[in-house]
Design a protein around this ligand. Structure first.
Ligand code: ATP
Length: 235
């Protein structure tokens, strides 16, 4: 579904991504783990066209997308929940969710998707008229994920959904990521520092170190890999 080939991304003279090759199959949960500054967010930004690769190619469903603008890439069905959530603080929960539907005209399905979201996140249903900025950190993360689901993405890119959240909320959010993947067949590309949780829900994982992919395997195999245990699982 998604292919990255020989991707090299720079910020000025600094090379953030070095010869990145990745494959994501339809229906998979893929995770990309690595230390701070390894290049994980840059990989997501390169896929969704916000940052342009200097060399290499990105293909989505057989189509080259590395030259496209971010809005064209969203229209193809790739949506990103960026690190730090970026909800609209002065808009209500409902209005934030409406922002996810601006490319859609299928009113009936939009209604169904809203019901689905409120079913997934009853807390958002209770707070539908509350301003986004007054929600707790966990609720804002739920809202950011929900807004992305409202675009009916084929591929959902999640950047550090666990960041700054209490363990119990993180567990809820990861359960829901699994649910969205299973029930809607949404392919998930998950960037995480919480390697333990991410590898547990992922079908496959990639390990990134200073701009390069150093390992790739099933989530299960990476969890039991001695190097991964030492470097990322604190074991
Ligand atoms: P974290 O987990 O801390 O978010 P990351 O793995 O997502 O880290 P990136 O944010 O992709 O890493 O950063 C990769 C490298 O690129 C880092 O050295 C970072 O300092 C650099 N970098 C990222 N964004 C910019 C920018 N806008 N301008 C210059 N350098 C940048």
């Amino acid at each position: 579904m998604l292919k990255l080939r020989n991707i090299e991304t720079f910020y000025g003279n600094i090379q953030a991504l070095k010869n990145i090759n990745m494959d994501v199959k339809e229906g998979e949960i893929i995770t990309l783990i690595g230390a701070n500054g390894a290049g994980k967010s840059t990989t997501l930004m390169t896929i969704c066209g916000v940052t342009k690769a200097r060399r290499g190619e990105v293909h989505f469903q057989g189509q080259p997308i590395h030259g496209m603008t971010p809005d064209k890439i969203v229209a193809l069905g790739i949506n990103q929940v960026p690190e730090g959530r970026h909800i609209f603080p002065y808009l209500t929960v409902m209005e934030n969710l409406d922002m996810g539907t601006f490319l859609r005209k299928d009113t009936e399905n939009i209604k169904k998707d809203l019901e689905y979201i409120f079913d997934l996140f009853p807390r958002l249903a209770e707070r539908r008229h509350q301003a986004g900025g007054t929600l707790s950190g966990g609720e804002q993360q739920m809202l950011a994920i929900s807004r992305a689901i409202m675009t009916r993405p084929k591929l959902l890119l999640l950047d550090e959904p666990s960041l700054g959240l209490a363990p119990i909320i993180v567990k809820q959010i990861f359960d829901i990521i699994k649910k969205i993947n299973k029930e809607n067949n949404t392919t998930i590309f998950l960037v995480e520092q919480n390697a333990n949780l991410a590898l547990k829900i992922a079908h496959r994982g990639y390990v990134m170190e200073t701009g390069s992919i150093t390992m790739s395997d099933t989530g299960e195999n990476l969890l039991s890999n001695e190097d991964v245990k030492k470097a990322y699982l604190g074991i």
